[in-house]
Ligand binder design. Structure first.
Ligand SMILES: [Zn+2]
Length: 494
């Protein structure tokens, strides 16, 4: 038995969920489980942190406990000076409420070396490259749970967000002091840089160009890689806003469009976003601050599909879903993608030859991108504009008649509500159509040709932009010939 001061001091985190149907675990239960898990793994709980989403849903969605935990992890100590070296969260579905949370948590935990994280399955190594995969999985989850998230957003930020009002701070590069109209001198630089970056130009090269051209930040400073990166990655360029790591969306899941002029289309900005995201995961792996290192150093993912492949084996009717890892076998020349062992959080029961999977998925994505381009080129412009105009006309006629007392409240309000619902749907349809067209455009016409000359990080950025995941189904016992039917791509919106 280890003496008390040999035990690693950790936090115990618990959350009361607002999903009452799921709340079979009380907070006390969660902390109790955390304490015993900590003990089993040579840790001791030095502080219990609890969040209550039930009340938070009404007043403020900030999870104070979660934020306190992140601060303590980054500092390595609690406000009272007590050292903290990790976290135990047995009910780990309580830890992450949305995609951004997971990344921030991993970021804070891995801020220093040798930190411990344990959930119901035991300790997990958050420094490993799998973190990237888990983080991305979080993004998939957030899409599935997008409605839930929106409900919370609505509670809190809706009015401000829906107005799309620019918020405080320094003047953003590319816009005038009103933060709405484009700055004619700066905006073209920003636009060109976003497009260049999406097509593979390095931050270093763009930064050098701007310096040579005498372009300064809005505070009059020279551009650095870090400031340039923050500027290119800011969704403001396409009219969107990020709040706590996520794009603000309305109830339909469409990004809320701000009241300022835009520099590029959403599709163009999303290409940049995908590229930064693909790099970001590796930055967590090495524990380095993103942006302080040349981007080239982030381009060293060793395998094409790390983070994209998911185990499709079922156990008791539940999909394993674990991110596959790269492994080797003495009898196989190629690398292998395998489900990690049970101890490492997977089922350990699935593996596939890497070269064949790489080739098949590449071909599938290239075909999909070409198909999208072809479709975008052949598709007529969106034809709903007339319907929108008609509905708006109808609404104003109704309003006129209502104001003239020709129709009663009982007639007017239900009808207007119906029209507004239709309008909302049409506008959402329009936004989807535009995003699709922009995406196809952003990919460029010769993607297959360029593929062979692309850097691995650029290929990965394209793959991650096209796919949520690829589910790899089991092929049965023993070694079988490669069967592409057992690979199921999960495409991001068609
Ligand atoms: Zn598995």
């Amino acid at each position: 038995m280890a003496s008390d001061d040999e035990l690693i001091p950790v936090l115990s985190y618990a959350r009361i969920s607002s999903d009452t149907e799921k709340d079979e675990h009380g907070v006390e239960d969660q902390h109790k489980l955390n304490r015993s898990t900590a003990q089993r793994h040579g840790c001791k709980v030095v502080a219990e942190i609890t969040d209550n989403d039930v009340s938070a849903a009404k007043a403020d969605v900030t999870r104070d406990g979660f934020e306190t935990m992140l601060r303590a992890l980054r500092a390595g100590r609690l406000p009272d000076g007590q050292v903290v070296r990790g976290v135990v969260v047995v009910a780990d579905d309580r830890l992450v409420r949305r995609a951004g949370d997971y990344e921030r948590f991993v970021d804070a935990l891995t801020y220093d070396d040798g930190r411990v994280y344990a959930d119901a399955k035991g300790p997990k190594n958050l420094y490993s490259e799998d973190v990237e995969a888990m983080g991305l999985f979080g993004v998939v989850i957030s899409k599935i749970e997008v409605r839930k998230i929106q409900r919370r957003l609505r509670d809190n930020h809706r009015s401000r967000a829906e107005r799309g009002v620019p918020v405080g701070g320094t003047r953003p590069f590319g816009w005038n002091a009103d933060k709405k109209t484009l700055n004619e001198a700066e905006a073209p630089y920003l636009r060109q840089a976003i497009r260049d970056f999406a097509r593979g130009k390095s931050l270093t090269a763009i930064c050098a160009e701007w310096r040579d051209a005498g372009v300064k930040t809005t505070l009059g400073n020279d551009w650095t890689l870090r400031s340039l990166k923050l500027t290119l990655w800011n969704p403001r360029s396409c009219g969107w806003r990020r709040y706590r790591g996520e794009i603000l969306r309305d109830e339909e899941g469409n990004p809320i469009v701000g009241q300022w002029e835009t520099v590029v289309s959403p599709g163009e900005w999303e290409a940049v976003d995908a590229l930064f995201r693909a790099r970001q995961g590796r930055a967590v792996g090495t524990g380095q601050e993103i942006g302080e290192v040349l981007p080239e150093n982030f381009s060293q993912a060793r395998h094409l599909l790390t983070g994209l492949l998911r185990c499709g084996r079922s156990h008791d009717g539940e999909l394993c879903g674990t991110a596959l890892r790269v492994s080797r076998h003495k009898d196989v020349k190629s690398h292998l993608y395998v489900c990690p062992s049970k101890a490492a959080g997977g089922c350990g029961g699935l593996g596939r030859r890497g070269d064949l999977v790489d080739e098949y998925v590449t071909e599938a994505v290239l075909a999909k991108l070409e198909e999208r381009q072809a479709r975008a080129a052949s598709v007529e412009p969106w034809d709903g504009e007339d319907r929108i105009k008609r509905l708006i006309g109808k609404r104003s006629t109704l309003t006129d008649r209502w104001e003239e007392d020709e129709i009663s409240d009982d007639v007017y309000f239900p009808r207007v509500k119906k029209i507004e619902t239709q309008l909302k749907e049409l506008r959402a349809e329009k936004a989807r159509w535009e995003a699709r067209a922009a995406r196809a455009e952003a990919t460029g016409g010769d993607v297959r040709e360029r593929w062979s000359t692309m850097h691995l990080s650029q290929k990965r950025a394209l793959l991650f932009e096209a796919l949520h995941a690829v589910i790899v189904s089991p092929s049965g016992k023993g070694r079988k010939p490669f069967n592409p039917d057992l690979l199921k791509p999960v495409w991001k919106e068609d």
